[in-house]
Write a protein that binds this ligand. Sequence first.
Ligand code: CMX
Length: 433
Amino acid sequence: MATLKDKLREKIEAHRPRTARLLKEFGDVKVGEVTIEQCIGGMRGVKSLVTDISYLDPFEGIRFRGKTIPEVMAALPKPKGKDYPYVEGFWYYLLTGEVPTLQETLDVVEEFKERRKVPQYVFDILKAMPKDTHPMTMFSAAVLSMQNESKFAKFYNEGFNKMIAWESMYEDSTDLIARLPVVAAFIYRLKYKNGDIIAPDDNLDLGGNFAHMMGIPEPYDDVARMYFIIHSDHESGNVSAHTTHLVASALSDAYYSLSAGLDGLAGPLHGLANQEVLSWIQDVMAKMDGKLPSEEEMKKFVWDTLNSGQVIPGYGHAVLRKTDPRYMSQREFCLKHLPNDPIFAFVSRLYDVVPDILREQGKAKNPWPNVDAQSGVIQWYYGLREYDFYTVLFGVGRAMGVLANITWDRALGYPIERPKSLTTDMLEKVAGI
Ligand code: CMX
C-alpha cells in the first residue's frame, strides 16, 4: 500500500514540470510593481513568493490547500466521538493536497509514534537552562539541539542530489512534527509543574497525547487538534514562514530552518501577541478588581494603551482586512464550551469597542481581531494559565505549515533567496528628489 511518502513523491513528480515551464517560458512576465513604500515598508504586498500549501485572501482569510478552516475541519477524518480532525491527517493533507482516508490517517498516526522519541540530551539541555528562560527560547533551542540528527545534513555531506533532496527534508520534517508535542509538553511540565513529566501514551493520537502529556483532561485533546491546525500556516510571507523558507533556501536543514522560524514567531508583533493579549487583559482586570468593564470603561483602557504608544495586541494584520477566520473558529469553540467564562466576556467586549477605536485613530489598516485575540481565553479556561507558554503552542502548529513548505521548496528546487537592496541615494534619485 502507498505510504504518505509515496503519495508525496507522486505529487512532486506531477508538479515539477509546471514550475519548470513557468520559469523557462514565462520567467519575464511581470506579476507586480514594487514601490518605494514597499522597499522601505517591509515589502508589503510584493508578489514574490510561491506556495501551494495555503493562500491568504485579505477579505476571506486563510485557505489550506484550497479549503477554508470549516471545510478542512469537516473534510478530514476525526477520532471517534471528537469534534476536530486528527492532526496527522491534516499533515497528510497539507503535504499532498488530498484528503486522506481514515486508514491513511491512522498510518500516519502510527508513523508519528515510531518517530517521536526525543533524545535524552534534549531534555538535559532544557534542564540546564536558567529557570527564567522564556519557553520559546527553550523550544527553539531544543529544536536546534537535535540538528545533529538531521538526515538532510547527512545526505548533503554524503553527496547531494537536487532531485531527491526533498526526501531527507521530508524525513527531518516528519521526525520534528512527531517530536515537537513531546518537547513542548516537557518544557511546560519542567517549567511550571516542578518537572513532573508525563510520558506519552501509545494509544493516543497527537492531539490526545499532547493533552495527556500536558496533564489536562478532555476536551483539551480537541483544543489541541483545533489549535495546531488553525495555527499551521498563513501563506509564505509572514515572519515565521518566510524565515524558515529563507534559511532553508541556503540548504540549511529543517532543524536550523525551523529553529530560526520559531525565533521570528517569538516576536511580540507576531506569535508572542497571544501572550500579550492575556497579559493586557489581566492588567485591565486587576485595575477593575476582576469586574467586566462597561463599554465606556473599556474604551478608556484601549485609548490609554494607544496613547502610551503601544499597539492593541491581537488586533490588526499585514494582509487581512476583516476578522480573522482563525479568531472566529476559536470564538465558536468558546460559544459552545465556555459561553459564560469571564475572560471570554472580556474578549467579546474588546471586539465591541476596538475596531471603532482603531478606525478613529486612523493608523491601523485593519481594525479587526487576528488569531491571537482569542486564543489565550481557551487555554486559560482549561487551566493553562502560564501565558508565556502560549506561543509554544502556536509554534507546534506553525511547524506543520513551514515544514510542509520547505519540503516542497526542496522538491521544486527553489534557489537560495537573495533580493536586491538599493541605497537611500538611489531611491531619492528615482523619486526625483
Ligand atoms: N494597535 C495599534 N496600532 C496598530 C495596530 C494595533 N493593533 N495595528 C497596526 N497599528 C499601527 C501600526 O503600528 C502602524 O503604526 P505606525 O505607522 O506608527 O508605524 C500603523 O498602524 C500601520 O500599520 P499596518 O500597516 O496596519 O500594520 P502592519 O502591517 O505594519 O503590522 C501587525 C501588522 C500585525 C504587526 C500590527 O497590526 C500589530 O502590531 N498588531 C498588534 C500585534 C499583533 O496582534 N500581532 C499578531 C499578528 C498575527 C500573527 O502573528 O499572525
